[in-house]
Design a protein around this ligand. Structure first.
Ligand SMILES: [Zn+2]
Length: 83
């Protein structure tokens, strides 16, 4: 498949991933990316913890603020990797 996710695409999908709102195909692509990208794997793990802390995981809608915050955490982390 020439359809590998980029890290940016993963960030776009990850909220839906946690909400189980992705199709099987999309979930498989996310898992595939996580298996081959340590950075995103770590990010998703951190995000999982953040969502639990925010208590939003069971809610259908993660607030835009929370989502924005998670995105900032991710890009800050990317910067720190110097990539
Ligand atoms: Zn990645």
């Amino acid at each position: 498949m020439a359809n590998e996710l980029t890290c940016r695409e993963l960030v776009e999908l990850v909220t839906d991933y946690f909400e189980n709102a992705l199709s099987e195909t999309e979930r498989a692509r996310v898992r595939e990316h996580l298996a081959s990208c340590d950075g995103c794997d770590t990010y998703v793990e951190q995000m999982r913890q953040t969502i639990q802390t925010l208590g939003k995981l069971e809610e259908k809608d993660v607030s835009p603020e929370a989502e924005e915050k998670l995105r900032r955490v991710f890009w800050k982390w990317k910067d720190e990797q110097g990539k």
